[in-house]
Design a protein around this ligand. Structure first.
Ligand SMILES: Nc1ncnc2c1ncn2[C@@H]1O[C@H](COP(=O)(O)OP(=O)(O)OP(=O)(O)O)[C@@H](O)[C@H]1O
Ligand SMILES: [Mg+2]
Length: 208
């Protein structure tokens, strides 16, 4: 199974979600590879911090910022799960990351600006779908607790034409602090709200 986490829009939580899914995967003893397809290399930095903590289960990571990911990936054998953190700054690399995937997870924030900015991503997805069947799901991230009702957010996102996951990730300090320590939120604060959200995401995309 190959999952790409992507959105051309910056700062929506692509790296946060990709790294947390990689952590969930190793917690579930999946042989996991994280591909960092962003020249910013946030996922590689995360892996570097994590690898200094010998007590944590490790996963492999590799940076590929070329438009050949969908071809390169065919040579990567022996993994149960490959997760790609896509940058979106370079359209060719972004396209290649989408083409590589079985499932494309698009993190979105809930402002109208974010919805507009995500339309470019859904267009690239549509193009990629002329070559390959790719499942796609939107996931709301950084929802401010108690501000926007779920219905309002869903209405706003409906126009994007991609199904929305029921799991919503809220803005929580645990997401920031966990990453700084090279941990997933499940390790940073076991049983906490962020941990429950990431585990719900893991289950909802069928990875349990
Ligand atoms: N649910 C959340 N709660 C709190 N902070 C979050 C959450 N999700 C992401 N963040 C923070 O928002 C910022 C952007 O997140 P992240 O780097 O994961 O986004 P990105 O889409 O990968 O960005 P880029 O486009 O630069 O690659 C980071 O500082 C991250 O810690
Ligand atoms: Mg990123």
């Amino acid at each position: 199974m190959i999952i790409t986490v992507g959105n051309e829009k910056g700062g929506v939580g692509k790296s946060t979600i990709a790294c947390n899914l990689a952590v969930e995967a190793v917690r579930h003893r999946r042989r996991t590879l994280l591909i960092d397809a962003d020249s910013q290399q946030s996922a590689m930095d995360f892996r570097a911090v994590r690898s200094e903590n010998a007590g944590l289960p490790q996963f492999q990571a590799v940076g590929i910022t070329k438009n050949t990911i969908h071809k390169d990936i065919q040579g990567f054998r022996g993994y149960d799960l490959i997760i790609i953190d896509s940058g979106g700054r370079d359209t060719q690399v972004f396209r290649s990351a989408i083409l590589a995937s079985d499932l494309f997870i698009i993190p979105v924030l809930t402002s109208q600006y974010d919805v507009w900015a995500t339309q470019g991503t859904t267009r690239v997805l549509e193009e990629a779908r002329s070559f390959k069947d790719i499942e796609a799901r939107l996931v709301i991230n950084q929802l401010i607790p108690n501000t926007i009702v779920a219905r309002e957010a869903s209405d706003l996102l409906e126009g994007l034409g991609v199904s929305l996951l029921k799991t919503r990730l809220h803005a929580r300090v645990a997401y920031k602090q966990a990453i700084a320590e090279g941990k997933g939120v499940s390790e940073y604060e076991p049983g906490g709200k962020a941990a429950r959200e990431i585990q719900a995401l893991w289950r909802e995309v069928g990875l349990k």
